[in-house]
Design a binder for this molecule. Structure first.
Ligand code: SER
Length: 909
């Protein structure tokens, strides 16, 4: 039996032998493509090549790409676990041609690999081609149909023409697309899982597990625009994708992908941990839960490995949702404690050879998963109870629907993602009122949106942006160049004149010395001026789109035209960014020195104002560790060490031990920044070597100081350090020193005594507060006297004195003491007192002796009835009650009303 490992490597070797370059899988988080949440196909990393925005130095590529399909156009979440061949995470084996071979070779090689190399029975294979579409006028792919019968021995009847839904592949709503030709396998009538569906007929694309798609050969020729229009691309491309899991199942003769060596070790581990046995049956609750968890853990581990931390937005929320879904299936298996984090080791053992990053980051990934499992575990059981109640109510309802309010409460209070609630509802054959849920969600979002700025995005798909030569960015802050065009809300223009009326635009130059945002370093700001000062353009941010540098900003005066010669000058912020960037590298080195080599960078931000460095570490750094890190950085600055950069082949850089970012995609050549090497030939001696395209100082002495201003946690297992250098640090310290001077003046002590002085002030303050409290208690004597007077004037009904009136109490305690004294003195009394503090608040208190309560006068009732008069509310026991109100003007009225009420009851008793 061939292992999945062999199947994967055979695929790659097959195409290597046919001159394909092995381009490693891109991370599951698409680099620089905001249109996609997750990498969902092998072609994603080549999108810019298809669109003509970038040109690789190879024309054929192959790999096994890590894909996640849980959102957007390609979403397989609902099918997972229920059938045998859909997954949220899977590997897509693929080969690509960039304006090189086309349909003939693609079909020939696919057949050859499946039949001759993998040994799949050719009589089981079917092919499909695009049938065309009458509505949009697209033509049938006759060429592909003929090629199938000409090149391969397949029978003409087994080449089917299928419609757009199955045979026109698109990456997403926009982007590269084209007709495709698929290879399906007939696994025999026993494998049909749709027998129970009336009218079902087993055939290609009919949805049952008998005919499974193995390989999709896409002939990319178009770019879908946002409005739906198809634009022909300048060249023809090939993009193929074959699911490793499905091919492995076929070759290992398994009726389910889950029974292959890709999943069985994971399923085995879960079964063992939870004390179950996997019986490989569909429709079985336990087996289903085992499959779902085995599927989900692969998405979770690969996503976290590639830099996603579970959170409340975007990609982070998708991963949180999947993890919570899996945790709930864990409950089905009786797992009440975190267990999924233990599966990271299984994945690292089975996948670590093909994807080394899983192994390298295993400890970190496990920490993150465990933390998530723990935090959801705290609310999961209670949430399940709440769901049970909501589901019972839904069962009684007419439309058998869980209310949107219940679904929202489950989401908001118990962390149940909507799809989890929907899933549980489906299990009980219930629906969920998602429309109301969405409304409640939108209301919550609207509340949270205040203050956020929208970033305008211009659709540039299909636009061939000019390439910018930005090689001067490392050497100079000012250069003479030419205007090539600009991007405005309409898109790109390469001719005409730009005036102030245009608003925000992205100016494109022939060459530039501006650094575009990348690798955590923010883009440069500055000025672009046309010769003779005819026009001045202020650059607010510089960004890179494919190989084009875009200087975003506004024309401040005059006008500029395409073709104008201009001087582009980066502002002073660049100098500060250089210092911060080199300091970030030294900081990483220092952290590894103090905490250990396994500390890895999770993210960074280098701006002119400050630097931020995120790294893996489970707990807060101690003061001692922070001081040590700071000292190490100081020493390296004081030593005035040279910084040098070199561009070299990636293997050479790795050979030097240069640190790379785990989630970055690198080309064949990389730039290495080394601190501690006087020249390129001395890179080996440098103490810090990192893959980095950023701008740096020449010598660490120029950094001129370093100070950590904050250390905090940003998510489970990830800490963030914020620090300052150079002028930023001087300004920060200057401000602090001013605060110290001000305090010193205010407290009238020298600065070194401020601490002691403030300590003393705090202690004094506490003492005074205590004294004030006890004085107030004593001061209560006046209030007692006032109440005594009220008692003397009180009206009597029988033996009962009705004592109502205002007192000048400073707090409830005093009024209460006064009531107690009246009750004691009078033996039988109904007392209602009121006072007003701070002018806008009133308090009412009532107290009754026991005999009065027996007669039916209850303090709580009286207070409840009179409180609304002073715009307030309150209540209490029959003996004692209290209310607060907001309308002091009505206090007397309320007290009079109390007297009447009491009188009435007593008179009637
Ligand atoms: N991009 C195509 C797919 O995802 C072929 O790889 O099916």
């Amino acid at each position: 039996m061939r292992t999945s490992k062999e199947i994967r490597s055979t695929f790659i070797d097959f195409f290597r032998e046919r001159d394909h370059k092995f381009v490693p899988s891109a991370p599951v988080v698409p680099v620089g493509d905001p249109t996609l949440l997750f990498t969902n196909a092998g072609m994603n990393q080549f999108k810019d090549i298809f669109l003509g925005l970038s040109k690789p130095d190879y024309t054929r590529a192959a790999n096994s790409q890590k894909c996640i399909r849980v959102s957007g156009k390609h979403n397989d979440l609902e099918e997972v676990g229920i059938d045998t061949y859909h997954h949220t995470f899977f590997e897509m084996l693929g080969n690509w041609s960039f304006d090189d071979y086309f349909k003939a070779e693609t079909i020939k090689w696919a057949w050859e690999l499946l039949v001759d190399v993998y040994g799949i029975d050719p009589d089981k294979l079917w092919a499909t081609v695009f049938a065309g579409d009458n509505k949009d006028g697209s033509k049938p792919d006759e060429e592909a149909r003929e090629l199938w019968t000409k090149i391969t021995p397949i029978d003409a009847e087994r080449v089917l023409a299928c419609d757009k839904k199955d045979n026109f592949w698109e990456m997403g709503e926009t982007g590269p697309c084209g007709p495709c030709s698929e290879i399906h396998i007939d696994l025999g009538p026993d494998r049909c899982d749709h027998k129970h569906i009336k009218g079902h007929k087993c055939e290609v694309n009919a949805g049952c597990a008998r005919y499974i798609e193995l390989w999709n050969l896409v002939f990319i020729q178009f770019n879908r625009q946002a409005g739906g229009e198809l634009i022909k691309l300048p060249a023809n491309y090939v993009d193929t994708g074959a699911g490793l899991e499905r091919i492995t199942a076929v070759m290992q003769d398994k009726s389910s992908n889950y029974d292959t060596d890709l999943f069985m070790p994971i399923i085995g581990a879960i079964a063992e941990m939870t004390g179950h046995k996997y019986t490989s049956q569909l429709g079985n609750k336990t087996d289903n839960a085992l499959r779902v968890i085995a599927d989900h853990i692969r998405s979770i581990v690969f996503a976290i490995t590639d830099g996603i931390t579970p959170g409340n937005e975007g990609r982070g929320y998708v991963i949180r949702r999947i993890l919570r879904r899996a945790a709930r299936f864990g409950r089905v298996l009786g797992a009440h404690e975190p267990f999924m984090y233990k599966l990271v080791d299984v994945l690292s053992d089975t996948m670590g050879d093909a994807f080394g990053e899983v192994k390298e980051r295993a400890a970190f990934t496990a920490t993150v998963i465990q933390a998530e499992e723990e935090s959801f575990g705290r609310t999961l059981d209670r949430g399940l109870e709440i769901f049970a109640g909501a589901a019972d109510r839904a069962l009684e309802s007419k439309d058998k629907t869980v209310s949107g309010e219940d679904a929202f409460a489950l989401y908001d209070t118990f962390g149940f993602p909507l799809d989890l609630t929907e899933l549980m509802a489906r299990e009980r054959e219930l629906k969920v009122d998602t429309a109301t849920f969405d409304d409640l969600m939108e209301q919550q979002r609207a509340r949270g949106r205040a203050g956020q700025k929208a970033i305008s995005t211009v659709d540039l798909s299909g636009v061939n942006l000019p390439q910018t030569d930005d090689s001067a960015k490392y050497d100079t802050d000012s250069c003479i160049t030419k205007i090539v065009g600009w991007i405005d809300s309409e898109g790109f223009t390469g001719k005409g004149r730009l005036t102030e009326a245009a608003g925000d635009v992205g100016l494109i130059l022939d060459s530039t010395c501006f650094y575009a945002e990348s690798g955590g370093q923010v883009g440069d700001c500055g000025m672009i001026e046309s010769a003779g000062g005819r026009g001045q353009f202020i650059v607010e941010i510089t960004q890179k789109i494919a190989d084009c540098i875009v200087h975003q900003g506004k024309l401040a005066s005059g006008s500029i035209s395409v073709g104008d010669e201009v001087t582009a000058t980066v502002d002073k912020g660049r100098e500060a960014s250089r210092k911060n960037h080199t300091a970030t590298h030294i900081l990483q080195w220092a952290l590894q020195d103090v905490l250990g080599e396994h500390v890895t960078q999770q993210g960074s931000l280098v701006s002119p104002d400050y630097l931020r460095f995120d790294f893996t570490w489970p707990k807060a750094l101690t003061d001692g560790q922070l001081k040590q890190v700071q000292h190490l950085v100081h020493d390296k600055i004081a030593e005035k060490i040279p910084v040098s950069c070199a561009v070299m082949p990636i293997d050479a850089a790795r050979g030097l031990g240069a640190m790379a970012l785990f989630n970055e995609k690198y080309g064949d050549e990389v730039r290495v920044v080394a601190i501690g090497a006087g020249s390129e030939s001395q890179l080996q001696q440098a103490f810090s070597r990192e893959f980095c395209g950023g701008t740096h100082v020449d010598n660490t002495g120029q950094i001129g100081g370093f100070g950590i201003v904050r250390e905090e946690s940003i998510s489970a297992g990830v800490r963030r350090i914020t620090a300052l250098t150079g002028q930023g640090l001087i300004d920060h310290l200057g401000k602090r020193s001013e605060v110290v001077d001000d305090l010193s003046e205010l407290l009238k002590v020298p600065s070194e005594q401020i601490f002691e002085r403030v300590q003393k002030l705090i202690a004094d303050n506490k003492k005074l507060a205590k004294q004030l409290k006890s004085a107030a208690k004593q001061g209560g004597g006046d209030v007692v006297a006032e109440a005594g007077k009220l008692l003397e004037q009180a009206k009597k009904v029988g033996d009962v004195a009705i004592v109502t009136g205002r007192v000048s109490a400073a707090g409830v305690e005093q009024a209460r003491a006064a009531i107690d004294s009246v009750k004691k003195k009078a033996k039988s009394a109904a007392v209602v007192l009121g006072f007003s503090e701070a002018g806008d608040k009133v308090t009412l208190l009532a107290g009754m002796t026991d005999d009065v309560v027996k007669k039916g006068v209850k303090a709580g009732d009286v207070i409840r009835q009179i409180a609304p008069i002073v715009d307030g509310g309150g209540g209490g026991r029959p003996q004692m009650a209290q209310a607060g109100g907001k309308n002091p003007a009505k206090l007397d009225e309320a007290l009079a009303k109390a007297g009447e009420l009491i009188n009435e009851i007593l008179a009637g008793s």
